[in-house]
Design a protein around this ligand. Structure first.
Ligand code: NAD
Length: 361
């Protein structure tokens, strides 16, 4: 069987790491026709928009895409292309497995967590009002009238929608993932003690969904600040975490830190009609074009893609090859060496070569 996959190289280090992932996925023998599409800075320069419609059309058609990181200007410029893509395709579940591989430097000995983050609402919904604008003043007036609370006139306002619909489907996704992957426990993470209505609703829905899985998967909940401390102190106690968007974003970086940092953390954004695979890390502009950064996160995102396609054997072989190269510690990038200045560190493409060589053994 042959697949068609949309490949979006991305900005900064994106092209280097996505090429490494593409080569490794090809080396498994799974037949893929790659359809390259550009988004981000290159697309902005060429088409006047960082997210041309043809990129979304390609993902809609192929239903599977793999993407390098894309720059998001801070506080100004275009809206996050990553967020726009997730919204446009309704890729509501962000899946980020954080697993320790032997040979990766970390302070922990046992971590095998899966972060399931809601991707479409919460403070990420993009509903914001700038300070000083007429609409903002109107919004403040309206909020004061409806809630009785007072809001400073020089405020900017952000809206946090949390719905039953989105909460139900993400918690269900987390439980279905747990069942399918023989996981024992799902922990819902929230701040319902303070945000009683929004996070309170998320927790209420999570408890209701959990009832339906009672006989198969254990359920518990944690307040987000406590969860951060628990993860740092005893990550081995946790299994699958399900969170609203913003906490999910922050905790997935924290969990990436537990297993060795951004260079090793893969991810996927999954909806009912398409799936987009990408590393947790960003475009690391200072390393762009240097053939220096670790391709592991992107290659493991390729492993997630193969699993999603049902190519379990290829996924297992590729993961095993990555794991073997990292465990040997010879043909690995600077960040995986005990000393970051180790002159024996190899480049991005050489690490991919070593993984491909292992695959072929
Ligand atoms: P970043 O992840 O790009 O880089 C932070 C640091 O992490 C780097 O300086 C580097 O030391 C390390 N790092 C990242 N990837 C690595 C790798 N593969 N190998 C080794 N080390 C690695 O985070 P940032 O600097 O906050 O963001 C840069 C840009 O990327 C921003 O514009 C941001 O918006 C964007 N971003 C995009 C995505 C995405 O496309 N999904 C995700 C996060 C950030």
């Amino acid at each position: 069987m042959s697949y068609k996959v949309t490949l979006i190289p991305g900005d900064g280090i994106g092209r280097e790491v996505s090429l490494a992932a593409k080569r490794c996925v090809d080396a498994t023998g799974v037949k893929i026709e790659w359809e390259e599409q550009i988004a981000g800075e290159e697309a902005l320069a060429k088409f006047g928009t960082p997210l041309p419609e043809q990129v979304l059309d390609s993902i809609r058609k192929n239903k599977i895409a793999i993407k390098g990181p894309i720059i998001t200007p801070v506080g100004k410029g275009f809206r996050s292309v990553n967020v726009q893509m997730r919204m446009a395709m309704d890729l509501y579940a962000c899946l980020r497995p954080c697993k320790l591989y032997k040979g990766v430097k970390t302070k922990y000995s046992q971590v095998d967590l899966v972060v399931v983050r809601e991707n479409t609402e919460d403070l990420y919904a993009g509903i914001e009002f700038s300070e000083g604008r007429d609409k903002t003043k109107e919004t403040i007036k309206c909020i004061e009238k409806l809630s009785g609370a007072s809001v400073r006139q020089d405020s900017a306002i952000g809206i946090k929608p949390i719905s039953i619909t989105a909460s139900k489907r993400i918690v269900k996704f987390a439980f279905d993932y747990a069942v399918k992957n023989k996981r024992k426990k799902v922990t819902a993470v929230h701040k319902a003690n303070i945000m009683k209505e929004t996070d309170g609703l998320f927790l209420k829905v999570a408890r209701e969904v959990a009832e339906g899985y009672r006989c198969q998967v254990e359920f518990e909940d944690r307040i987000v600040d406590n969860m951060c401390m628990q993860l740092v102190q005893k990550p081995e106690l946790y299994d699958v975490l399900v969170l609203p968007n913003l906490y999910g974003d922050i905790l997935s970086d924290l969990c990436a830190g537990l297993v060795g940092g951004l260079g090793v953390a893969p991810g996927a954004n999954i909806g009912d009609s398409a799936a987009l695979f990408e590393a947790v890390h960003g475009s690391a502009p200072k390393y762009a074009g240097l053939n220096k950064v670790n391709p592991m996160a992107m290659i493991l995102s390729g492993v997630l893609m193969l699993r999603h396609m049902g190519e379990t054997d290829a996924a297992d072989r590729l993961e095993k090859a990555v794991s073997a190269v990292v465990a040997e510690g010879k043909d690995v990038t600077y960040d995986l060496k005990p000393d970051r200045n180790d002159p024996t560190a190899v480049g991005t493409s050489q690490m991919a070569d070593a993984i491909i060589a292992k695959l072929k053994k």
